[in-house]
Design a protein around this ligand. Structure first.
Ligand SMILES: Cc1cc2nc3c(=O)[nH]c(=O)nc-3n(C[C@H](O)[C@H](O)[C@H](O)COP(=O)(O)OP(=O)(O)OC[C@H]3O[C@@H](n4cnc5c(N)ncnc54)[C@H](O)[C@@H]3O)c2cc1C
Ligand SMILES: NC(=O)c1ccc[n+]([C@@H]2O[C@H](COP(=O)([O-])OP(=O)(O)OC[C@H]3O[C@@H](n4cnc5c(N)ncnc54)[C@H](O)[C@@H]3O)[C@@H](O)[C@H]2O)c1
Length: 474
């Protein structure tokens, strides 16, 4: 059966759903093809939602363990991973209601559950249907990249696709990869009671983040009981009596880590296979689909967004890119994606939030920047909360923020004041001038900026000026 559509969307994750729902509600003839049998994609089923729900249970376990420090001394009973994962499932099911296929059908979207592939640049084959699209969107996401380590496949491992199905807490867990997925899950399992080792190949955890903050986060993770080993490569894995032995090398030193289970969190691979992209003439580079600023692939009427493009693989970025696709496809406006102000957050404890340029990136680009820093240990609310680790670091050029990183309590919430300031190109003097309620963590923004003015305010010159005013003005 051959049918014609204004827009054919491949992939029912964030990118595909946002685009299809808006285009459908605005009257375009839209087909949405999803192969997994359910809508929602990685974020809902195996990504953001389950990980953040698991982290919440881990926080509760940690709070019970630490309660004595707050004068409440609660007893932590047995951690029941099955019950924790049941709660994860409940949260997914609650959110899944928003992604009910019937809801999309009510918007006029033809939702098709099938594997999609290209027959040519205009035609997508989905089961026994041939969908001709005036425009086509590829939003097929990514899957875990699994390193080629001898013995790993035979030993078996978890990824984000299987970890949330587990029912028993492992005594010992080895995590390959010290990126956001690895660290969030490593700390969560450690807080729930597993003995966790993180094996990171690079010199430091979260290599894309500011090293000043990641060094402090590494110390915090260790204090939480996570054994973090950087510059460590897993060279081979063997299984003995059901136990995994990971043979690792760090420089000249070799070590063997024993674990009941291995979690692989070593990066993502865009899902481009099985799409027959060559039939459509869509270019694939280094395993991902490159796009221009209008989210167009090498074939102008075929767009791509989200993890399949391999840049900024975050839900909020996919959503933003879908907006660019909508502007171009639905409104035919030449809107371009602009990544100047993109925040992201790693949900460890403390959280690490970032937006814009790091200090190193700004200096590399030739900006003579000023750095404003303030530590949570000097913020009264952080003291009251008992969460004093971490700091705010702001990268400032000619009075405006080029970038900022926050390591600290609720950093993911706090960063948005700076996101808005950057987006609106507000000068930092306005952050300092804005009254911030006491005692809030948000005072850290104002206090960081004030450190820049302190030297000038209390300088001999200002003292002289004040002296003249006092003498001259009655
Ligand atoms: C553990 C984990 C935690 C994360 N936490 C966060 C977080 O806290 N914050 C954040 O911003 N981001 C987070 N992310 C990243 C976020 O989940 C992704 O960036 C986002 O889900 C990507 O959306 P997408 O639409 O590009 O792809 P997906 O959501 O992966 O959707 C792609 C869809 O396409 C379908 N598909 C693939 N191939 C075909 C085909 N040939 N035919 C038909 N359908 C197909 C797939 O089945 C899937 O449903 C996390 C990711 C992981 C793995
Ligand atoms: N909070 C969030 O927003 C959030 C959370 C989780 C994931 N995500 C998204 O998902 C993406 C993927 O996350 P990720 O953590 O899997 O990937 P990543 O690429 O960010 O980090 C993977 C880490 O694994 C290391 N590594 C690679 N191969 C290795 C090996 N053989 N042995 C040991 N270490 C190895 C890399 O050096 C890197 O530090 C992230 O870039 C992020 O955009 C976001």
């Amino acid at each position: 059966m051959t049918e014609t559509f204004d827009l054919v969307v491949i992939g029912g994750g964030v990118g595909g759903l946002v685009t299809a729902s808006v285009a459908g509600q605005l009257g375009l003839r839209v087909a949405l093809v999803e192969k997994s049998g359910k809508l929602g994609g990685d974020c809902l089923h195996t990504g953001c939602v389950p990980s953040k729900t698991l982290i919440r249970s881990a926080e509760i376990a940690w709070a019970a363990r630490e309660s004595g420090r707050f004068g409440v001394a609660a007893e932590l009973g047995r951690v029941d991973l099955a019950a924790v994962m049941d709660r994860v499932r409940e949260v997914i099911d609650t959110i899944q209601v928003h992604d009910d296929p019937e809801r999309f059908r009510s918007y006029g979207v033809d939702v098709i559950f099938a594997h999609a592939r290209f027959a040519d640049a205009q035609t997508v084959v989905a089961g026994d249907r041939r969908l001709i699209g005036r425009r086509i969107l590829i939003a097929t996401g990514s899957r875990p990249a699994v390193p080629l380590v001898p013995g790993l496949a035979e030993a078996g491992y978890w990824t984000n696709e299987t970890v949330f199905d587990q029912r028993e807490l492992p005594d010992r867990l080895a995590v390959m990869g010290g990126g956001p997925i690895g660290l969030e899950l490593a700390q969560a399992f450690a807080r729930l009671g597993s003995q966790v080792t993180v094996l990171e190949m690079a010199e430091r955890i979260l290599p894309r983040e500011d090293p000043e903050l990641t060094a402090e986060l590494e110390r915090q993770l260790r204090a939480d009981g996570v054994d973090v080993r950087t510059a460590t490569a897993v060279e081979a894995v063997e299984t003995r009596d059901g136990m995994r032995r990971l043979h690792c090398r760090s420089g000249d030193e070799v070590a063997t880590i024993e674990a009941d289970h291995i979690l692989v969190a070593a990066g993502r691979a865009p899902k481009v296979d099985g799409l027959d992209l060559e039939r459509a003439g869509v270019t694939v580079e280094e395993g991902r689909i490159p796009v221009d600023a209008r989210m167009r692939t090498s074939v102008r009427h075929i767009h791509a967004c989200g993890d399949v493009c391999g840049t900024y693989p975050f839900t909020h970025v996919v959503e933003y890119q879908a907006g660019v696709v909508i502007a171009n496809v639905v409104f035919r406006l030449p809107k371009k994606a602009d990544y100047r102000v993109i925040p992201w957050v790693t949900y460890t404890a403390p959280e690490l939030a970032h937006v814009g340029l790091t200090e190193a990136a700004a200096r590399e680009q030739g900006y003579a920047v000023q750095i404003a820093r303030f530590r949570f240990g000097d913020v009264d609310r952080a003291l009251a909360e008992g969460s004093t680790a971490g700091l705010l670091k702001m990268v400032i050029y000619r009075g405006r923020i080029l970038g900022a990183s926050i390591l600290g309590p609720h950093a993911g919430e706090l960063i948005h004041e700076l996101v808005l300031a950057m987006q609106a190109r507000i000068k930092v003097k306005h952050l300092s001038g804005a009254v911030h309620a006491y005692p809030t963590l948000a005072q850290i923004h104002r206090r960081a900026v004030n450190t820049l003015y302190a030297d000038r305010l209390y300088s001999p010159m200002t003292r002289r000026v004040v002296g003249w005013i006092q003498r001259l003005v009655p």
